[in-house]
Design a protein around this ligand. Structure first.
Ligand SMILES: [Zn+2]
Length: 275
């Protein structure tokens, strides 16, 4: 808070916090699609603010990778990942009309980690560990990336940042009341944390799984590959469980749920022109 409003007095700050809490917005970020996701979400921060911070956070991560010589080292691999990303992003209009026009960006990071993520606004990273250790097919890669893109379409990062801000504001207001210094929050750091470091909720995972298979199907990738992907992920060991599983915890019956929803979107896959 302090870094955002360095010149404001404590009273103003507490009024701002209260105003932000009062103006919290309930939104439906996506259309339900064939998989029928209709949960309303509470947002405390605007998409514009989150996306601006995500660009900042993404640049930072890419800079770190480049400094290690780990950014887009294999041109064929990068091209393969980007083709899939573009096809999935084109299919995203089924869930939200604005999404195909986002400033999508996909890069490949050389790392032993089995990992992939998508920041708010469509800034994506796929790690070579995921591609190579799981020996993924294009359909399986589309399953992972579809899942990640679904988190972005549903604005789960914005929702989680809102939850973090609500807690921070509550603390800040209490801090002001007792005369302690208010805590500082940097939105870009929050975006990094919720995208790369902290686990998603099981509720968010279920939504991303279901929307992910529909995106894959619409983009012409076999949605049933989500099942084999997660089976491979679960089996991957050697040096501990994949990083991906720590940020994408398994909802109960994930495999069963994916089988049901993959079957539901099979007609979309069969009628896809890109198949
Ligand atoms: Zn996830």
């Amino acid at each position: 808070m302090k870094r955002y409003f360095p010149f404001l007095g404590r009273l103003t700050l507490s009024l701002l916090a209260v105003a932000a809490l009062a103006s919290c917005q309930t939104v439906q970020t996506t259309q339900p699609g064939a998989v029928g996701i209709e949960r309303q979400q509470t947002m405390l921060v605007s998409s514009a603010d989150i996306n601006r911070s995500a660009v900042q956070a993404y640049r930072q991560e890419m800079k770190k990778a480049a400094a290690k010589g780990a950014l887009n080292r294999n041109a064929a691999q990068v091209a393969r990942v980007r083709v899939i990303a573009i096809r999935l992003a084109s299919a995203s209009g089924a869930f939200r009309p604005d999404a195909p026009g986002w400033a999508w960006e996909t890069n490949v990071i050389s790392s032993k980690e089995i990992n992939a993520w998508c920041m708010p606004g469509g800034k994506m990273a796929v790690y070579t560990g995921l591609i190579e250790k799981l020996n993924v097919t294009d359909d399986e890669l589309a399953a992972v990336m579809g899942h990640e893109i679904a988190h972005a379409l549903r604005e789960h990062g914005r929702e989680r940042a809102s939850q973090a801000m609500a807690q921070g504001m509550a603390l800040s207001v209490i801090g002001i009341a007792v005369g302690a210094s208010d805590g500082s929050m940097q939105l870009a750091q929050i975006v990094t944390d919720v995208t790369i470091n902290l686990p998603n909720s099981r509720e968010h995972e279920i939504e991303a799984d279901r929307i992910g298979v529909e995106l894959a199907a619409r983009a012409g990738y076999d949605p049933r590959a989500a099942v084999t992907l997660w089976q491979k992920m679960a089996k991957a060991g050697g040096g501990g469980p994949p990083q991906f599983l720590s940020t994408h915890p398994s909802p109960d019956n994930r495999i069963r749920d994916l089988q049901v929803y993959a079957e539901r979107v099979m007609p979309l896959y069969r009628s896809s022109t890109k198949r």
